[in-house]
Design a protein. Sequence first.
Length: 408
Amino acid sequence: MRRGETVRFHIDNSLPEGATVHWHGFELPAAADGGPHQLIAPGERWSPSFEVRQRASLYWYHSHLHRGAGPQVYAGLAAPIYVRDDEEDRLDLPSDYGVDDIPLIVQDRMLDKSGRLIYPSGMHAQMMGVRGDHMFVNGTQNAVFEAQSSRLRLRILNGSNARFYNFSLEGNRPMQLIASDGGLLDRAHSIRSLKLAPGERAQVVLDLSEGRPLRLIANSPENGMGMMGGGMMGGGMMGRRNDAGSSEQTSKILDIRPAGSASALPLPAQLASLTPPDPSLAIRTRRFVLDMGMMGGGMSINGATMDMNVINERVPVGQWEIWEIANASMMAHPFHIHNVQFQVLDRDGQVPPPLETGFKDTIVVNPREQVRVLLRFEENTDPDLPYMYHCHILEHEDAGMMGQFVVV
Ligand SMILES: [Cu+2]
C-alpha cells in the first residue's frame, strides 16, 4: 500500500466457520477494522475500504475472531503488509523488496509426527499461550537468504501467538535499528539484541560488506516462568521479570549468505523527524489494569472480561490522552490498541528503550510494571461500533483480556 491511497479488499470466507480480518496498526473507520464485530460468515464476502493514513512501515493483517483468534492465526490467517510513502522514499534506505528489503514473519508451531499442526487447548496452553517447538520464518523452516547487496533490511514481525523473542546476530554483531511498529525512528540505533513480543514489529539494517555469513538467532525468555510449578502461589516469584529465566532456548531464525565483500553505504544521519511526546497536551488519563486471576481463570482488564455487548470506554475524537497500562499479573502482556499509533512516555517512570522512541501500536507491559503512552484518535468517529484494546497473546485475548472503546 501507499500512504494516501484508498484501498478496497474483497474477502471471501471459504472456511467452514466464521472469520474476521483485522488490519493491525491502521487508523481506519471502525466498520473497516476487522475486529470481532466484522464477522464474515462462511460463504460470505466482506469488502472493507479505507484511506491509508499510516506512515511507511511493516503492518499486518490477521484473524480477530471473537474467542477464536488464536486457532485461526495459528492455522495461517495472518500476513504482512508493506506501506510505503514519499517521506521514506526520499531517504537512501534499502527498499528493493525481496532483494535488499525482506520481511521476516516469525512464528512457532507444534507439529505431530506426520507434520500436521497441533493446537493445544488445555488449561496450561490457554494460560501461558500456545507455544510451539518448531520455528517458522515466512512459513519455512531453516530459512536461508542469499544476499546480493552489501546492506540488508529486515522487517521483523513477531507473528507468534504467545512466544516472546530476543533476536541477535551470532557473534554478538551489531544491527542498526531503524523502525518500530509505526515507521522510522528519528535516527538509527546500533543494537546487539532486539526484543519483540507477539504483534510487535521492528526493522533493522545489517552490514554485509565483509562478505561473511551472518546468522540471526533468537532466544525466548520464559514468560511467567514457574507459574505452573507452584511459584505462582509463593511470594518468591512476585515481581520477577519475564526475562529473568535461566532455561532460555535459542533458535536459528535466518542464515544470511552474502555475495561477497563490497563497500556498504552509511545510513542517513537522520531518518524521520519525530516530535517527542508532550504529556502536558493530555486532557485526561485513562488507566488499564491487566490481570489473569487465579491460574488464568479471570483474564481481565480493569476487572472486566471482554463482553461484546459492553462498551468499556468512550473516547472523544481529537483529544490527547494518556493511557496508563498496569500489569497486576505474573506474566508480561503485549497491549495492543486499535486505530492508533501512539508514543511511549515512560515505563515505570523510566525513559523508554530505542525501539519505543518511535510510533507503536503494541507495547509490552511486564509484571508489576506500568507504562504510559500518549495518543489521540484523529478521525473516524462512530458512536456504536467499537474498536478493541487487548493483550496480543492470542489465547489471553480469546479468554477475555480485551475491552472495547468507541471514538465519539
Ligand atoms: Cu496477556
